[in-house]
Write a protein that binds this ligand. Structure first.
Ligand code: CP
Ligand code: NVA
Length: 307
């Protein structure tokens, strides 16, 4: 594994191997702390957009394992504005041992990876969010084990988080259903890739408009913001379109009785997810957020070749 840019770049075995390592590192961390696996390593973290979870969990993942992390804000770097991405990648390759970047344009993460001499991790782009998907799968496997054939339903915008979730479901043999309004479909190239993956793993993909139909038999209901970072100008229009896609107690009651409710956060409470569901018995949103730490330790360990 040279970089971590997309779930679809990994085989099913590599995905499960990362999850197994994440389980082990999590257990080790809570029992006795992690040894200094990342001693002498510094992760450069480039952010073009805000972040709570990605920033803090990567920083803490490095520190727990004896390494360090450096936050590079949008103002400092000016990715592609102050300086060419190809130059930034080659300069940073001489200072730090890995790069994590959160970008607007997915092409920019690919460009960073192309020129970088050190591993590059995608910390979210307009196309996907693979680190989130690893934490999501870890959370699902903690609840349901490794059983194939689970039904995972995404309700809302066919966005970056939905793309990576679809791909990890396909890789792990889970059925993925999405209900989204017309005009807010998943990126067609992501759907094509998912169809190729399920040819091998045998899971099912279902694309619907009706959220009530989509949650029938769901073991997981997942939602995310109606307006992603970078789409702020569309917020008013989206707030008119998306209310039928709210995950609320009624919708949850139509799913499997043991359904878990997930959200990558940040949540817009009482828009896409009601307070009673977010804080209710089906919700796993905080363990899910905490699993970012453990999943990312596994990704870093594999990229550094230390475990
Ligand atoms: N889920 C997630 O990536 O959160 P942040 O935007 O806070 O990093
Ligand atoms: N879809 C959201 C995810 C935030 C973690 C966004 O891109 O803003």
């Amino acid at each position: 594994m040279k970089n971590f840019l997309a779930v679809s770049d990994l085989s099913s075995e590599e995905v499960q191997d990362l999850l197994d390592l994440a389980f082990k590192l999590k257990e080790e961390y809570f029992k006795k702390g992690n040894p200094p696996y990342f001693k002498g390593k510094v992760l450069g973290m480039i952010f073009q957009k805000p972040s709570l979870r990605t920033r803090v969990s990567f920083d803490m993942a490095m520190r727990h394992c004896g390494g360090d992390a450096l936050y590079l804000s949008p103002n400092e770097i000016g990715l592609g504005k102050r300086e060419a991405i190809s130059d930034i990648a080659r300069v940073l390759s001489g200072y730090v041992q890995a790069l994590m970047a959160r970008v607007f344009d997915h092409a920019h993460i690919l460009e960073l990876a192309k020129w970088s001499e050190i591993p590059v991790i995608n910390g979210l782009s307009d196309y996907n969010h693979p680190c989130q998907a690893m934490a999501d799968a870890l959370t699902i496997q903690e609840k349901f084990g490794r059983a194939k054939g689970l039904n995972v339903t995404f309700v809302g915008d066919g966005n970056n988080v939905a793309v990576s979730l679809m791909h990890i479901c396909a890789k792990l043999g889970w059925n993925f259903t999405i209900a989204n309004p017309e005009g807010y479909d998943l990126a067609p190239r992501a759907v094509e890739m998912a169809k190729e993956i399920i040819n091998e793993t045998g899971s099912q993909l279902t694309f619907l408009r009706d959220p009530h139909e989509a949650v029938q038999g769901a073991h997981v209901i997942y939602t995310d913001t109606w307006t992603s970072m970078g789409q702020e100008e569309e917020a008013a229009r989206r707030e008119k379109v998306f209310p039928p896609y709210q995950v609320n107690a009624q919708l949850v009651s139509e799913a499997d009785k043991d359904v878990i409710v997930m959200h990558c956060l940040p949540a817009h409470r009482n828009q896409e997810l009601t307070d009673d569901v977010a804080d209710g018995p089906h919700s796993v949103i905080f363990p899910q957020a905490h699993n970012r730490l453990h999943a990312q330790k596994a990704i870093l360990a594999r990229l550094f070749g230390v475990r």
